[in-house]
Design a protein around this ligand. Sequence first.
Ligand SMILES: Nc1nc2c(c(=O)[nH]1)N[C@H]1C(S)=C(S)[C@@H](COP(=O)(O)O)O[C@H]1N2
Ligand SMILES: [Mo]
Length: 430
Amino acid sequence: MARSANSPLTPFSPAFWRSPLRGPWLTSVLGIVLLGGITVLFVTGLVSYAAYNPNLAPVNDKTPEKGILGFYLFSWPTSPHWLYRLNQGVHVTLGITLIPVLLAKLWSVLPKLFTLPPARSLAHALERISLLLLVGGALFEFVTGVLNVQLDYLFPGSFYTLHFYGAWVFIGAFVVHAVLKTPTALRNLRRMREGKEVGTGEGTGEGTGEEDRELIAPSPAAPTVSRRGALWFVGGGSLLLFATTVGQNFDGFLRRTALLAPHGGAEPGSGPGGFQINKTAAYAGIREADTSDEAWRLVVEGRDGRTVRLSRAELLDMPLYSAALPIACVEGWSTSDQWWRGVRLRDLAALVGHDQDPPDVLVESLQQRGAFRRAALRANQVADSRSLLALFVNGEDLTPDHGYPARIIVPAAPGVLNTKWVARLTFGDL
Ligand SMILES: Nc1nc2c(c(=O)[nH]1)N[C@H]1C(S)=C(S)[C@@H](COP(=O)(O)O)O[C@H]1N2
Ligand SMILES: [Mo]
């Protein structure tokens, strides 16, 4: 396309894009990395959502309109006890690590955004609309995910809804895109390994698609970095993000390496309760007057409305059990196993008429406001002998921030189901 000397170049002219790095080679390598990585993000994301037991009770369900999108939901197991910790650690760490790859991939195909005419045919128009959903969906998922990890108060209660529906919109476009593009990307990679130039079709007679050539700058500027150098740059960025994030899943020195994670750095305070806190007692509006031995009573309700009220002293008179379990938050931070001690949930169910086969339970906190003040646990979680109403952690009373006088701890469950400052348990089919 000829250009008159005095018309300024705009992004709509192919000649505007001058980087010699753009081309099928870079786009294919980045695309294949994202194909694998995003598939893992999608699966761990769906699994994480299932772990909340959204189908169990309305209090757990942030997406009551999901319809068939909930087809895959299953009863979350209690073993292995680190299941949610692993799943969510992978989801968040991998998501953050892939940010440079995603940005580089979008950069590599940026000229296509400006292709004119907007649509050459109906098929081309549909492809471009699916690309819009793909790029928009990817940015939306990465941005909402990062914001939730960094500033979880930004989406009071609505993060799950946004991230869940966003994931389905994105994955629809992603599947269409992957089916259309994977053969090209693999062919390009194969040719690259054979040492052939990709994208130019030079000396091969093998066709290179028109869209492949579209990526190559018609009048490239002189290179400032090789294509391999560019890949090292992207990979280095990913490595840096990985190295400054992954530590939030461990304790001690490793957590201190998690410079970019809000739950990295030093553990809050020393002593037995000195591990990460999600919301403090002060933040949750828990008053000391309500947690004192005189004031606090646990209300347990069960079969046919049978109800008991227990002081902390009465709970201490029940058989106490121990369990070594982590706290694992949706935000991708977790603790190693802590040593909890308290009353088994199944024993509390037995107190109110559910001697055999304990049912589901609705747990309510002293906390008056906030999305996480109530949660439902499924019968399989109540039945597990490691599921406790914990009174102690690491050999001492719970600290106020970790839920004194009593909190829930359930193996393999996401942190959000481990309700702190418990005031009421209602056993029964939910
Ligand atoms: N009442 C109440 N319980 C709660 C929460 C809350 O905000 N209110 N946050 C939950 C979340 S999201 C997590 S990750 C864990 C964190 O437990 P910790 O602060 O003891 O580490 O508590 C859970 N229990
Ligand atoms: Mo959490």
